[in-house]
Design a binder for this molecule. Sequence first.
Ligand code: URA
Length: 239
Amino acid sequence: MRLDKLLANSGYGSRKEVKALLKQGAVSVAGETVRDPALHVDPESGDVSVFGEPVDYREFIYLLMNKPPGVVSATEDNRDRTVIDLLPYEYRRFEPFPAGRLDKDTEGLLLITNDGKLAHALLSPKRHVEKTYFARVRGEVTARDGEAFAAGVGLDDGYVTKPAKLDILSAGEISKIELTITEGKFHQVKRMFEARGKEVVYLKRLSMGPLVLDPALSPGDYRELTEQELASLKQHQKG
Ligand code: URA
């Protein structure tokens, strides 16, 4: 790849700005200062540095975020802060987007990436990717609710949900549950409980396909996927 293209793609400015950097002698390849924008370099080699800092060249990024409440799962919003606003420029320059949506008040696992193909496969309704949520629910959740969810419940718009699996962790005035669904209708978990006359008062996503929320991530924190997580996600995408 041409050196000026690699630098521009890696966030060092427009081709023109990159040329200026080269002219001032800021760029080195394998330790040698270079000034030729047309020089061909191997993007994966890690040989290119700007002001002595190695250039991090890659096409895609994959971040696992523990979404905090109060921010929206979008790239831009006129009113609210978005999950992308929580990222530093180092990641924003890749123009990532959330793969799927969590409600503003929902917390938990959110994949943020610029790999459209992978995101699309993960979100495709045809794939039936399992998503598990933890919820606190006002009202006593019972085995009858579990049976109803296993059979499919009718939502307010008449849509009947696909079979879902309910685990009751504790039942009482406020019940604690885990629910695994394979689709992603708008407000789905909240509306499923509404259909049973109960109200979700807290919701957090624990997993999505092979990805599991990292307990080391506090709300608002994120990290890159490990190679293993990425490999299992790609495997899952193929399956
Ligand atoms: N179901 C909901 O009701 N809200 C979410 O954010 C995710 C699933």
